[in-house]
Design a protein around this ligand. Structure first.
Ligand code: GMT
Length: 390
């Protein structure tokens, strides 16, 4: 198949998933065209069958805001026609699904491709439900040939929020186990031998509640020798720095910024803490599980479909610092419990979220859409069909 993909190329779960999917499809012999404004951040090496096309919106004094999305739609149209792309996979509804629709409409009938839109979370919960984007997001979903969401929670939330008549299919995110399970960590560069490594990884947006991480860590550090490793960057980083200073633990915290090979850091961790306000899936908890690292998460959104409470880590209520600290200390002070949770997490990641089985599901959906006479699967399946075997 000849497949086009648009995604947010900067650090973030939707871009990571889109890139990993593109790589997996290319390895299966499909031709994949990425259209983005910069190289997707996990696409670091040359891959046979993957082509990248970059969009540069024109700057002109009249344009106060250079119209990136129009340039993106134009590029999608050009790339599709030139390379006979038959299917476009838009990751994150805004603006990518809307751009794919516009890109398709510009083409003559014989070059028009099918569109799959994958919802990742904040495109629905924050961006899409903002009044300024609501109607466009709904339209983009209704006009796509298939819409998928990365958790059952997000599927339900989208159907409820947008009152959609056509179905959405849950296809859970996946993890490339070979990348995360095989890595052997060199812990000594991050902490002293006797110190436990507590880690948080995110884009430091308000929804991630990074100051909760610092507050939880303060309580951990009072009980156990430990160091906090903060990976990623974003608007809330300075708040985390400020709270760590206020609490007098600034010398226990390291800020690593955005990192390319997150697996090499993650495998050093004894515990990952992700106290998000809401999270449609939780790719970081899944990658942590693949690395055999127990997870402290929140009972919010789709995380409950990823982390098994009491088995692969613990889930606490959003903002419950005391409970998160208590559970963290329980794991960090009991090596057998930590090891068993890591083992269970690894097994769950492999069995439920392994790359091959999830990519099979996407591939089957693509093939179905391309069957002659297929006008889109959205009228065919029940509204909440889960395709990931749950
Ligand atoms: O976490 C973010 O804010 C980034 C965002 C994205 O679109 O890049 O992540 C969302 O998509 C990920 C991949 O499907 C999910 O694992 C995250 O849970 C989801 N983030 C939120 O729902 C806040």
């Amino acid at each position: 198949m000849r497949i086009g993909i648009t995604c947010h190329p900067s650090a973030g779960g939707s871009g990571i998933l889109a890139t990993e999917l593109g790589i997996a499809l290319a390895e299966r012999g499909h031709t994949v065209h990425f259209v983005t404004y910069e190289p997707p951040f996990r696409l670091q090496h040359f891959h046979e069958n993957i082509f990248c096309h970059y969009v540069q919106p024109p700057s002109y004094p009249l344009f106060r805001y250079p119209p990136m999305t129009l340039a993106l739609a134009t590029k999608i149209s050009e790339v599709a026609e030139e390379n006979q792309v038959s299917l476009w996979h838009a990751h994150y509804a805004i603006p990518h699904a809307a751009c794919a629709l516009l890109g398709r409409d510009m083409l003559p009938e014989e070059h028009r491709f099918k569109i799959i839109t994958t919802l990742h979370g904040t495109d629905i919960t924050l961006v899409g439900s903002d009044p300024s984007f609501f109607r466009l997001t709904k339209y983009a979903m209704e006009q796509s040939d298939a819409v998928t969401a990365v958790s059952d929670w997000l599927t339900q939330e989208t159907l409820r929020e947008f009152q959609l008549r056509a179905p959405i299919r849950t296809i859970h995110n996946f993890v490339n186990m070979s990348k995360f399970d095989d890595y052997h960590a060199d812990r000594c560069r991050l902490a002293e031998r006797e110190e436990k490594i507590v880690m948080h990884i995110s884009n430091f947006r308000p929804v991630k509640r990074v100051t909760d991480v610092v507050r939880v860590f303060k309580r951990i550090a009072e009980a156990i020798p430990a160091r906090l490793i903060m990976v990623g960057d974003g608007p809330e980083r300075m708040s985390a720095v400020g709270v760590a200073k206020q609490l007098g633990i600034q010398d226990r915290v390291k800020y690593m910024g955005n990192q390319d090979n997150v697996e090499s850091l993650m495998t050093c961790a004894d515990l990952i803490i992700q106290p998000s306000e809401h999270e449609s899936f939780g790719l970081v908890p899944l990658e942590a599980m693949a690395c055999r690292v127990p997870v402290i998460g929140t009972r919010s959104g789709g995380v409950v479909e990823v982390v098994e409470d009491g088995v692969t880590g613990y889930l606490c209520e959003v903002g419950d610092i005391e409970a998160m600290a208590r559970k963290s200390i329980a794991i960090l002070s009991d090596p057998e419990l930590a090891e068993e949770m890591g083992r269970q997490g690894n097994q769950r990641a492999l069995e439920r979220f392994g790359r091959d089985s999830i990519v099979d599901i996407y591939e089957a959906l693509y093939r179905k859409l391309l069957e002659p006479g297929e006008t889109g699967t959205r009228a065919a399946a029940p509204p909440t069909a889960s395709l990931s075997g749950d």
